[in-house]
Ligand binder design. Structure first.
Ligand SMILES: Nc1nc2c(ncn2[C@@H]2O[C@H](COP(=O)(O)OP(=O)(O)O)[C@@H](O)[C@H]2O)c(=O)[nH]1
Ligand SMILES: [Mg+2]
Length: 266
C-alpha cells in the first residue's frame, strides 16, 4: 500500500499523458435533472481536447424526474454514450453494467451532482504511472451534518476492522485501472451502495491506492439520494452487516493476516 497526498493548487492542466492510455469517464445518474446538463458540459469541456482518447458514459438508473428526457436531448448534441434503465438497479449494479461498455484502460468515475470540479481531474491524472486506484479525497467535505457524521462513523468502523489508512474510500471522484475493476467487481457484493468494498478488496490484493485532496462543493440542488435521512437506519444496518461479512470472507481466505506473531527475542 502506498499513500500519496499532493497540495491542492494546480500546476498543470493537461494534456493527459497518452503513454498510460485512454480514459472512460463514467457518470452514475439518478434524479439529477436540474444539474446533469451542467455536469456533463463541464467535464466534456475540460477533458475532450486534453485527453487524447476519451469517452463519456452516462449510466442513468430508473430516474423518476425529468433526467431521462434531459439526457435524450443532450445525446443529440454531446459526445456521450447513454445507457438508460427503466428500473432502479442501484448504484453499484448500475456502475457494474456501465463499466461493461467502457473501452479504455482507465475509468474516471464521477458523481453527476457536480459536487466536485472537473478541473481537479488534473490532480489525479499524473499518478497513473504509479497507482492503480486514485481517490479524490473531499477536502473539506461540504455535506449536511448527518451525512458527514455517518461517513465518519462508517470510516472509523472500516479502519477498525480492516486496518487500512484511507480517508475517503467512497468518494465520487476516482480514477481506476479498468483491469482492476474487471478482476474485482464480480466479487463486490456486501456493500451495495458504495465503493469502499472495491477499494478494500483491491488493497488486500496488493494494488496501489493513492489519495489526493480535491475541492468539494455543497449540492446546488436536490439532496443525497443514497443516504436519504428516511432510510438512514436500514442503510446503516446493511452497511454494518456488509462490513462484518466482508471481514469474515477476507479473514477466511487469509487476505487479512491473523494477529502478528510476536517478534523473536534473542
Ligand atoms: N446509477 C445510479 N446512480 C445513483 C443512484 N443513487 C445515486 N446515484 C448517483 O450517485 C451519485 C452520488 O449520489 P449522492 O446521492 O449525491 O451521494 P452522496 O454525494 O454520497 O451523498 C450521484 O451522481 C447520483 O446521481 C442509483 O441508484 N443508481
Ligand atoms: Mg452527492
Amino acid at each position: 500500500m502506498m499513500l500519496k497526498t499532493t497540495s491542492i493548487s494546480l500546476s498543470r492542466r493537461g494534456p493527459a499523458n497518452p503513454k498510460y492510455g485512454g480514459i472512460s469517464v463514467v457518470f452514475p445518474v439518478y434524479n439529477e435533472s436540474f444539474i446533469i446538463e451542467q455536469t456533463l458540459r463541464n467535464y466534456i469541456a475540460e477533458l475532450q481536447n486534453r485527453v487524447e482518447d476519451v469517452e463519456f458514459i452516462v449510466a442513468e438508473d430508473g430516474s423518476t424526474d425529468d433526467t431521462k428526457a434531459v439526457l435524450e436531448r443532450l445525446e443529440q448534441e454531446l459526445p456521450i454514450k447513454l445507457f438508460i434503465s427503466y428500473e432502479r438497479k442501484g448504484y453499484q449494479q448500475a456502475l457494474k453494467d456501465a463499466m461493461k461498455h467502457a473501452t479504455k484502460p482507465w475509468l474516471f468515475v464521477v458523481d453527476s451532482d457536480y459536487q466536485f470540479a472537473a478541473i481537479d481531474f488534473w490532480h489525479l491524472e499524473p499518478l497513473r504511472d504509479e497507482f492503480d486506484i486514485i481517490l479524490g479525497v473531499k477536502t473539506p467535505r461540504r455535506d449536511p451534518f448527518y451525512r458527514v457524521f455517518l461517513s465518519w462513523g462508517y470510516n472509523v468502523l472500516l479502519r477498525f476492522f480492516f486496518k487500512i489508512p484511507y480517508a475517503d474510500m467512497d468518494t465520487g471522484f476516482r480514477l481506476i485501472r479498468r483491469a482492476v475493476v474487471e478482476e474485482l467487481s464480480p466479487s463486490v457484493r456486501f456493500m451495495s451502495f458504495f465503493n469502499a468494498e472495491f477499494v478494500i478488496r483491491a488493497h488486500f490484493k496488493g494494488y496501489k491506492v493513492a489519495q489526493v485532496p480535491v475541492c468539494h462543493y455543497a449540492r446546488k440542488i436536490g439532496s443525497t439520494t443514497i443516504f436519504h435521512i428516511s432510510r438512514l437506519f436500514s442503510i446503516c444496518f446493511q452497511l454494518f452487516v456488509g462490513i462484518i461479512r466482508l471481514w469474515l470472507e477476507l479473514k477466511r481466505e487469509g487476505q487479512i493476516p491473523l494477529k502478528k506473531a510476536p517478534s523473536k527475542i534473542n
